[in-house]
Design a protein around this ligand. Structure first.
Ligand SMILES: Cc1cc2nc3c(=O)[nH]c(=O)nc-3n(C[C@H](O)[C@H](O)[C@H](O)COP(=O)(O)OP(=O)(O)OC[C@H]3O[C@@H](n4cnc5c(N)ncnc54)[C@H](O)[C@@H]3O)c2cc1C
Length: 470
């Protein structure tokens, strides 16, 4: 289907970006052959990695690949969890390490315009310094702006503020034919024809290469309070969430987790989870403009929790306690990383999460797999880890026959997602590893429309082939 990257292509790429920005050594290419998805069955080496410095260089690279029918895959920081940036057909990987500038922070329009290689860990402090706030917070701050837009990332704060899509107002994109276009701008409103910008968001690098983005910002909340609420079991913990929402309270974040996983993460980070009671916990963050307002919210939430079988309510009132709790919650993935097969992000309506998680736990018992499950309780986004090892009495023990159980359990969990009216990905994307489930969650007509869109944008199928659908 595709042509090979030969010496003349490498020479042309070198002319565009300079020798120091072309990587061809096999050893150095290893880092670009995978993302955070842990199994190497989907890994693939690119023939070459290029690191352009500006949009004109990106345009020339895309034109070269398109003219020569060479696959081209955009890569941010490779923190994705579904193999979306893996160059399945080899070819060229394009990275944005040399395109990390903040171009402008516009206090009058409340926007920031940045290059797509900027990492979130550099973006947050830059806008905080200006007294501004960017609510979306996907768990890994080394992710790039281009990557989080291309996956429409979410994170814990989505319940109140929304996902990345809600904050992108404009993007500069290089189309598969190499043309540079600007979708959107600094507008709050835009009803000018089809929103091609929104089509680009979440398209996993299959429709265009994002080189620049304009992001809407907000004033930061003045007061924040974190509650940790212990329960005897996950069912009671999760069932409380719709009751909180019924009170017309939308917290900034509502996370559910088992105490065991919080302790494991705490040990990994050398920090202590503040609550030793119960088997399952809710972590609830409320924000507001006045201390009294936040106190009132916390009080109402506490009443609802206690009325729904909570054992107690712990309030973290200092910044350092709040940070420890957040660090431990965010660190669960890292603590399990070396012992797991995959993390899922099936998303169901929030009224269904308790039933869905109960069913997941039944699969765990029946199969003998350890399936620690936690996630964003108020937006229905459930993260189940399919584990290769089980953490028992402070030790990691390999699960018997995990190879045989893995695929069956994986399918059963997706079937449950379907049964509880969910979708197979709430924030991580489809990439390679969830392609097989797309057709059970979307009607064939939807997939055909997507294929048609791909064909219109990229008739030669050079951009990130083999992702989302075949
Ligand atoms: C510990 C951990 C916690 C996480 N927590 C969350 C979470 O809470 N919420 C969440 O949503 N995700 C989470 N993720 C997943 C991951 O961080 C996101 O998917 C992130 O958006 C990927 O960004 P990246 O820069 O690493 O992109 P990559 O992984 O490099 O690429 C992801 C996709 O974006 C495309 N892409 C990258 N850059 C561009 C570009 N400039 N133009 C066009 N396409 C591009 C790639 O081709 C690929 O399809 C987590 C991951 C980890 C490891």
């Amino acid at each position: 289907m595709y042509n090979k990257v030969d010496a003349s292509i490498i020479e042309k790429l070198t002319e565009i970006v300079g020798k120091s920005n072309v990587v061809t050594d096999r050893e150095d290419l290893l880092d670009y052959s995978h993302d955070e998805y842990s199994l190497d069955d989907i890994a693939a080496y690119p023939d070459v990695v290029v690191k352009p410095q500006d949009v004109e260089a990106v345009s020339k690279i895309v034109k070269l690949c398109n003219a020569n029918k060479i696959p081209l895959t955009a890569r941010g920081s490779g923190t994705g969890l579904c193999g979306a940036c893996v160059p399945s057909f080899g070819g060229v990987v394009i990275t944005f390490e040399n395109m990390q500038h903040i171009i402008e922070i516009d206090a009058q329009n409340l926007t920031a315009t940045v290059e797509s290689g900027l990492m979130l860990m550099d973006f947050y402090p830059a806008i905080e310094q200006k007294g501004l706030f960017f609510p979306p917070h996907p768990g890994d701050e080394s992710a790039t702006v281009g990557g989080v837009i291309a996956t429409n990332a979410g994170g814990a704060r989505a319940v109140k503020y929304g996902v990345i899509r809600n904050f992108v107002t404009g993007i500069e994109v290089v189309l598969p034919n190499g043309e540079i276009v600007n979708f959107g701008g600094k507008f709050v409103k835009n009803s000018t024809g089809y929103s091609l910008m929104h089509l680009m968001i979440g398209s996993e690098g299959t429709l265009g290469i994002i080189t620049k983005a304009t992001i809407a910002l907000m004033a930061p909340p003045k007061e924040i309070m974190t509650l940790v609420v212990p329960y005897e079991n996950l069912h009671d913990a999760i069932s409380t969430v719709p009751a909180i929402i019924e009170k017309k309270i939308l917290p900034m974040a509502v996370e559910f987790l088992e105490r065991e996983t919080a302790v494991l993460s705490g040990e990994h980070l050398n920090k202590t989870w503040p609550c030793a009671q119960g088997k399952a916990h809710l972590m609830i963050i409320v924000d507001g403009s006045r201390e009294e307002e936040v106190m009132n919210l916390a009080e109402t939430i506490s009443e609802v929790c206690l009325a729904n079988n909570a054992l107690d309510v712990f309030i973290a009132d200092t910044k350092s306690k709040q940070k420890d709790i957040l660090d431990i919650r965010s660190g669960i993935y890292e603590a399990m990383r070396n012992y797991m097969l995959e993390i899922l992000d099936i998303t169901v309506p929030r009224s269904q999460i308790a039933h869905f998680v109960d069913a997941v736990n039944e699969v765990a018992v029946k199969s003998g797999m350890w399936l620690p499950t936690y996630g964003h309780a108020a937006d229905g986004n459930v993260h189940t880890h399919l584990m290769r090892y089980q953490w028992q009495d402070g030790k990691w023990i390999e699960i018997e026959n995990w190879e045989e159980k893995y695929q069956t359990v994986r399918k059963e969990l997706h079937d449950l997602g379907k049964k509880y009216k969910g979708i197979c990905s709430g924030e991580h994307g489809i990439g390679i590893v969830k392609k097989e489930y797309l057709k059970s969650f979307l009607e064939p007509e939807q997939i055909e429309l997507m294929r048609g869109i791909k064909k219109t944008f990229d008739p030669n199928t050079i951009l990130n082939p083999g992702k989302i659908f075949d």
